[in-house]
Design a protein around this ligand. Structure first.
Ligand code: C2E
Ligand code: MG
Ligand code: MG
Length: 713
């Protein structure tokens, strides 16, 4: 009786392997209506192919010799479909047949596979070394869930609007190139944002209703699931079958839909990382390597060639009067001209020379395999000659000249910094002398160095003579327009002239004076902010820029803690800004300092994000509260769709990592609106408020407590 009522399938087989007795559950498991349909038949009708062979060759001999066997097997239902089962077999003594118990474990196995797949997706998102590898492992992972012999990922590229196929494996078709959106099944899923299982019937219906057009070879079944990130469909993942014996079910569709969110997150994170990295190494305008790449290559060339005692030449090329070209035409024309200049310069060089856009209208060239310093001058002349004929930009004829400075190691310096400085000085020499020429560096060319020297000695006295002051630039919440913080920025009034930090902070850093100046500025800013907070009852944040040189001296932490406490500021209201490159530079010791600052309750922010070459993934290891998007990012919003896409991704990812995001240098209403729509938290910029005295910041707060908030103009 127990036998008949059991929910497990149970059966008794005779010595020939024929069913003597079968319970109803057993018959049901294999898709039979009644036990009698199995009685008298061989067990071999319930297994198929390799599994049949395995049971005969391995399992049965073991049952007969040991008496029992228990394990997993794959059974075959009456309709030919298979199911995973747990199988227990026990032999009657003296070869008298078998008792067999069968349990369907399909659900449990599916759950296990699903869990494993989710884990594997997360792992590949973090550990794969590049995007191609991510796609390959996603294929493998999806293949563990459903038959995936034909598998592709389609991405709707935000920049171009094209549909691209970064991963495409198909029995019948080669990978297609990027293409405009058509009316295939992929586009249909992209359009509707809904998962879709297509068999012949569904396909014909979609075609008949003109929802889709037939493209590609005829298939048996097709599944497409949308890859969506925060509600936006960015692509489609597809598996398809051309074989009648490989069919897809609704269960398969559900599985893929279930994992698709995580797949989308993995792909979008890695794509954003990759774009940021590219952006960080390549100058977007000219597609030349940027300053960071150049410096790295220069250093390694110096190390390699220095060891051989061979020279390395550095050419520093600066366009003449580029600023006036930019001003008299337009920035777009200026940009296009720069791109055209880059092409001509590159064509004038050999493959082995490295040309980089160093900044603005400055280009640098590294000659890593010259025999004699003289050859550098010949290259410089070639470059100048290449610029000789006029450029045609938008039908305008524009003449551009340039000046080139040359420095050669080891004569003009053994390290990258010295060599660059000297090539730069030589370039200035060429410029002042006679535009459109090149010049080798010579030690008497030190006008600029002398200028720096005098700057340094004047700066040394600036503190005593009370020439330094601090201005404050408000930082506003995008959502409600209220002032949430003030960033302290140094100013130097020298002989009635206002000198900006870009001129004197590097000098102060080089000479070490930044430590003293920074300490003074921090002390003052803390006190002024504390007073402002007391007067306006506002929970304002003080943002303070720290130079890497300030982090190193012993006693730094003590001083910071004492200053904050002395001013009576809650530590959580002070945010220290470190530039991106510094944060990642010398990571071990920097990370320690940052951790210590955090432990004191201070906030840490990454300044100028987007100018160095970090990815968000790298920043994740640091204790960070806030990320400041550099103005170079913000400047192109929202017109440059590439920048917009990246900005949006950076903001999303930052939030996912728990960072607050501040946009720097917001100058237009369009930029403001775009950032607001992207969910950016805070903004600074001339549109909102220029840096001003502490009193002017106070006035702003006073006005704010009268009105609800500052009106964005
Ligand atoms: P930062 O920290 O990225 O500061 C933002 C800079 O952008 C400031 O320049 C600010 O005046 C400028 N700015 C703000 N909004 C806009 C805008 O809408 N458009 C444009 N074009 N510019 C905008 P500033 O004051 O010349 O400071 C330059 C850099 O000098 C700062 O960059 C910071 O890295 C450094 N610095 C300033 N004060 C200090 C200081 O006390 N200590 C240290 N170590 N560095 C400082
Ligand atoms: Mg800053
Ligand atoms: Mg900045």
């Amino acid at each position: 009786v127990a036998f008949a009522a059991s929910i497990d399938g149970m059966a008794i087989l005779d010595a020939d392997g024929r069913y003597l007795f079968v319970n109803p559950a057993h018959a049901r498991l294999y898709g039979f209506g009644h036990p009698d349909e199995l009685v008298g038949r061989s067990w071999k009708v319930l297994y198929r192919g390799d599994e049949l062979e395995r049971i005969e060759r391995e399992i049965l001999p073991e049952v007969l010799s040991r008496g029992t066997w228990r394990g997993e097997a794959t059974g075959c239902r009456r309709d030919g479909s298979t199911f995973e089962q747990e199988l227990s077999l026990a032999a009657f003594p003296e070869g008298g047949g078998l008792v067999c118990v069968v349990r369907d474990i399909g659900d449990r196995k599916r759950a296990e596979r699903l869990e494993h797949a989710l884990y594997a997706i997360a792992e590949t998102a973090h550990q794969a070394s590049h995007l191609d590898e991510v796609y390959r492992s996603l294929h493998r992972i999806v293949g563990s869930l459903v038959p995936a012999r034909n598998f592709y990922i389609a991405i709707h590229e935000p920049e171009t609007g094209l549909l691209s196929f970064p991963y495409f494996v198909d029995e019948h078709e080669p990978p297609p190139g990027p293409q405009p959106l058509g009316r295939g099944l992929t586009e249909y899923v992209l359009r509707t944002g809904r998962p879709l299982l297509v068999d012949q019937e569904v396909y014909e219906r979609l075609i008949a209703t003109q929802e889709v057009e037939a493209v590609g070879p005829a298939m048996i079944d097709w599944i497409g699931v949308p890859l969506a990130i925060s509600g936006q469909t960015m692509g489609v993942l597809t598996v398809q079958s051309y074989q009648p014996e490989t069919r897809f079910s609704v269960a398969d569709l559900d599985l893929l839909t279930f994992v698709s969110r995580q797949i989308a997150a993995a792909i979008s994170r890695r794509r954003a990382d990759e774009q940021i990295r590219q952006l960080a190494f390549q100058d977007t305008l000219t597609r030349l390597p940027n300053r960071a790449v150049f410096l790295e290559r220069l250093e390694s060339a110096l190390a390699r060639r220095g060891a051989e005692g061979a020279p390395v030449a550095l050419l520093f090329l600066d366009l003449d009067r580029f600023k006036s070209i930019n001003d008299s035409f337009s920035h777009e024309i200026g940009d296009r001209l720069l791109a055209a200049v880059a092409v001509r310069l590159r064509d004038a060089l050999r493959q082995s020379d490295l040309l980089a856009r160093f900044g603005g209208d400055e280009f640098t060239v590294l000659l890593g395999d010259l025999n004699e310093p003289r050859e550098a001058g010949q290259v410089a002349d070639r470059l100048l000659a290449a610029l000789h004929s006029p450029f045609d930009v938008d039908g305008r004829e524009i003449f551009v000249g340039a000046s080139v400075g040359i420095a050669v190691s080891p004569y003009d310096g053994g390290d990258a910094g010295t060599l660059l400085r000297n090539a730069d000085a030589a370039m200035y020499g060429a410029k002042s002398d006679d535009r459109g020429t090149s010049r080798y560096y010579s030690p008497d060319m030190n006008a600029r160095t002398l200028e720096l020297l005098s700057l340094e000695s004047r700066l040394r006295r600036s503190l005593q003579q009370d020439e330094l002051r601090i201005v404050y630039q408000p930082m506003l919440s995008l959502a409600d327009g209220r002032v949430k913080g003030l960033e302290a920025l140094l100013r130097w009034d020298r002989d009635g002239e206002e000198i900006l930090p870009s001129t004197f902070v590097p000098v102060a850093e080089n000479s070490g004076q930044i430590v003293e100046i920074g300490a003074w500025a921090f002390e003052r800013a803390c006190r002024e902010l504390a007073r402002l907070r007391a007067r306006h009852g506002a929970d304002l944040r003080l943002c303070f820029n720290l130079s890497p040189h300030e982090l190193r001296p012993p006693g730094f932490l003590r001083r910071i803690a004492d200053t904050v406490a002395g001013a009576g500021l809650p530590p959580g209201s002070v945010e220290l800004e470190i530039t991106e490159s510094v944060a990642l530079d010398d990571s071990e010791s920097t990370r320690e300092v940052l951790n210590d600052l955090r432990a004191l309750g201070l906030r840490i922010s990454i300044d100028d994000f987007g100018t160095g070459f970090s990815s968000l993934a790298a920043l994740r290891r640091l204790p960070i509260d806030t990320l400041k998007l550099d103005q170079s990012f913000v400047r192109h919003l929202p017109a440059g769709s590439r920048e917009s896409a990246i900005a949006r991704a950076v903001i999303d990812l930052s939030h996912a990592l728990g960072f607050q995001v501040v946009a720097e240098g917001v100058e237009t209403r369009e930029q403001f609106d775009f950032l607001l729509a992207c969910g950016c938290d805070l903004a600074q910029g001339f549109l909102l408020a220029r840096p001003g005295t502490i009193e002017s910041a106070g006035d702003l707060l006073a006005a704010e407590s009268q009105d609800a908030a500052i009106d964005v103009p």
